[in-house]
Design a protein around this ligand. Structure first.
Ligand code: 4AD
Ligand code: MG
Length: 481
């Protein structure tokens, strides 16, 4: 708005009402910077959205927020500066003096000399009401507006810091960041949960032939196979991007579009190498987020998920080593449980959410690595443990309290004959010639993992529903905006 000619004209109108000596250009400050200024900083200009308006006989109080911090800046003004459009939700530009505040709540406040309403807000139809604490389920209905609520504002700042912390972790530890493709011709996980893509013309004609790319293409379910190619030249690589799964699940931990952090390491010696990176990544990123945005994190731990006593537990967890158990041990623990499960635990069956929850509880509500899963349960790329009748692969899942599976990884089958025979049995030899090539030309033991970024945020913040930790959630029967 301010970039437009009308916007500038309005601004000039507003400032021209000031006495000449006050028309010196004001420094533009973000609310966070203004709040951090311990002393009076002279003439400043703050832009943002009104979070509260309180008009008294002698004084007008405003709280202005610009997304730079959870706290809003208190503006104190002469009641003559009030106007009809100055309401909750309106966009404003306030010019004045930043002075030491006589109130205990804030070190500084802005003494307004001019208030310009840049964009009025129709408060009657605005779905959020002043001073009301709206439940997350309510604000979820308004994905285009919910970033203006305290909880989503805090979440989005945390998400941004967590993204940066994850990138820093990998860069600091010598990993090369790879942009793996979003459009792909393979199904990495082999689970058939793919969104197929085509042009709108192809959809109209519903033709099978003449694909845009000549072959059927899909939105990626994982960047792993492309990372593996890169791990043939770089010993440590990572990717962090959107992934897509056509899982028909309405659960509180599944999305159709989510972000995955994936790493691949060459010259591995055992699963231990992979677990070490998973644990180190988790602890480093979490400590960074807690120290970079303490107030935002506190909002979740105090008000959004206080019942889970999440914070104390997480701080303890950051100090301790994660537990490691084998799949065989996990099944024994489940078989001996006094609890009855909907899905009876049996060797060879996948661990269900109820099993994962029980295992985490059994181990003391701490993160648990479960390793060496049955061969038949896992995708073709996992390394064969060659271990007798209870045949397993070198797989690892990290289970965490309240969520279940947070990360999935494995050693990869780097031995050409093993991989060839597995792909042949699955009828995938032709499709994966390029993948077999990786085993022909300088193959090395390697492995990696993927961590669901939204599940990570859910866990560290105690958020019940995954739809509340991503700006625009996509799930079956819903794609708003
Ligand atoms: O266990 P997954 O399927 O592993 C892979 O895709 C491997 N190729 C990764 C690798 O080794 N590079 O997925 C990894 C993680 C899961 O542990 C879970 O946290 C998350 O991705 N995830 C989902 N998160 C939200 N919604 C979904 N539908 C998810 N599916 C998986
Ligand atoms: Mg998995």
């Amino acid at each position: 708005m301010l970039g437009t000619r009308g916007g500038w004209r309005a601004l000039r109108r507003c400032f021209s009402s000031l006495p000449r000596e006050q028309r010196v250009p004001a420094a533009r400050l973000r609310v966070r910077e203004a709040l951090g200024a311990r002393e009076a900083a002279g003439k400043v200009k703050v832009q943002g959205w009104v979070r509260s308006v309180r008009s008294q006989k002698e004084v007008l109080f405003l709280h202005v927020n610009d997304g730079s911090s959870l706290e809003s800046l208190q503006v104190v003004a002469d009641p003559s500066l009030e106007c009809r459009d100055l309401t909750f939700g309106s966009a404003v530009e306030v010019q004045g003096k930043l002075v030491k505040s006589p109130h205990k709540m804030q070190d500084v406040e802005l003494q307004a000399e001019a208030i310009h309403v840049v964009g009025p807000c129709d408060t009657l139809s605005f779905p959020f009401k002043i001073k009301e604490r709206h439940p997350l389920e309510y604000v979820r209905q308004f994905p285009h507006l919910r970033c203006r609520s305290n909880a989503l504002g805090a979440l989005l700042r945390i998400r941004s810091e967590a993204t940066a912390a994850i990138h820093s972790f990998f860069q600091d530890n010598g990993y090369v960041h790879i942009h793996t493709p979003i459009i792909t011709s393979n199904d990495c996980e082999g689970a058939g949960e793919l969104f197929q893509i085509g042009t709108s013309q192809e959809a109209k004609k519903s033709v099978e032939k003449n694909h845009f790319f000549n072959v059927p293409t899909f939105l990626t379910v994982s960047g792993q196979l492309h990372l593996e190619a890169m791990a043939g030249a770089f010993t440590r690589v990572f990717t962090f991007g959107p992934t897509f799964r056509a899982e028909n699940s309405q659960s509180r931990r599944h999305l159709a579009e989510f972000y995955m952090v994936e790493a691949e390491l060459s010259f591995t010696e055992s699963l231990q190498d992979i677990m070490q990176v998973m644990e180190h990544l988790f602890k480093t990123a979490t400590s960074t987020v807690f120290s970079k945005c303490p107030r935002d994190v506190e909002l979740f731990h105090k008000y959004v998920a206080p019942a889970q006593k999440n914070k104390g537990r997480l701080e303890q967890m950051l100090k301790n080593k994660f537990v490691i158990i084998s799949y065989n041990e996990a099944v024994e623990i489940l078989k001996q449980a006094s609890q009855t499960f909907t899905f009876k635990p049996e060797w060879g069956c996948d661990l269900q959410t109820e099993h994962e929850k029980y295992l985490v509880k059994h181990c003391g509500e701490v993160p648990v690595f479960v390793i060496n899963y049955p061969y038949d349960l896992k995708p073709f790329y996992m390394r064969d443990n060659e271990d007798g009748p209870q045949h397993t692969v070198a797989a690892v899942d990290l289970l965490v309290p309240g969520i279940g599976e947070l990360c999935g990884g494995s050693l990869r089958e780097e031995r050409l004959p093993f991989l060839e025979s597995r792909l042949q049995r699955l009828g995938l030899t032709d499709a994966y010639q390029w993948y077999l090539d990786l085993r022909k030309f300088g193959s090395v033991p390697h492995g990696g993992f993927g961590m669901g970024f939204e599940r990570y945020l859910q866990y560290i913040l105690g958020v019940d529903n995954i739809k509340d930790v991503i700006p625009f959630p996509r799930f079956p029967h819903s794609c708003l905006l």
